[in-house]
Ligand binder design. Sequence first.
Ligand code: NDP
Ligand code: A1CAB
Length: 265
Amino acid sequence: MLTIGFIGAGNMAQAMMRGWSSVGEELSQLVYSPRSAQKVAAELEGVEAVASPADLVAKADMLVLATPVEALESVAAEIKPLLANKPGLIIASVLGGVPLNKLHAALGQQALIVRTLPNVNVAVGGGYTALAFGSAFDDETRGAIAGLFLTLGRAEELPEAQFGAVSALAGSGPAFVAGFVDALAQAGVANGLASQTALNLAKQTILGTVEHLNTLQMTPTQLADSVMTPGGSTAAGWDAMQAGNFNELILQTIQATMQKNAAAE
Ligand SMILES: NC(=O)C1=CN([C@@H]2O[C@H](COP(=O)(O)OP(=O)(O)OC[C@H]3O[C@@H](n4cnc5c(N)ncnc54)[C@H](OP(=O)(O)O)[C@@H]3O)[C@@H](O)[C@H]2O)C=CC1
Ligand SMILES: O=C(O)[C@@H]1CCC=N1
């Protein structure tokens, strides 16, 4: 039985706990946060709240740091003195924009730290997680940790230098995609569809398009071309989308996200 202990019970921690809850019975999950841990644990199957970070350090095999970035210093002050008695404890940070060297500076150079960048889709097994391991890990432990994150969706090791772009695309991406779903649905409502019908159509269209790309291994351009009958209605809509600088808007969205992320590094 592997015990995972969460410091922080917010959106990201809840998504991970939900994802791992449905993986099976070989995992036990504990959570600490100053205000909401009890309530969150009561809502999630197989998750138990504990009274302090020290309880987590004592009981967990892997600690997940899932607090706001600003809380790193105070959390580290509390748990760093306890790590000497728990040398095998793995610390997985999800703190956005906080590199391994900062994590080691806060928690000690000997600590076993993996920087992770999951997205909220881990809640339903459709997540993406980038991983960057500190130098103290052996190959077997790295493999076991990667395997654990693979149960939440796709997971892979990436150089930390890429984490800024990955965070914008995959970490923040679910918000942007959800925004696109909403924009499609609103356009449907503006043109006479009932709101539930419009939302269903928008979601099914995104779901089916991604499935289509994957199953038939098409590029986005190939798929778009296959929809656009020459001189037809899709081409007219596509032209309007390009005239509105859709790609430029997405580029600006990703760059604004990356700039904010870089400020934490
Ligand atoms: N949301 C996302 O999609 C992603 C988030 N991240 C990263 O995950 C981290 C958490 O983000 P998110 O879950 O969205 O944030 P939330 O605001 O939803 O949750 C923050 C949690 O941290 C807890 N907390 C605050 N201060 C402390 C402290 N000193 N000790 C222990 N717990 C504390 C809060 O406790 P309480 O509830 O009791 O007030 C709360 O449960 C951030 O660093 C973010 O960059 C990374 C990838 C994706
Ligand atoms: O918005 C944020 O800061 C975090 C990092 C990636 C997704 N959410």
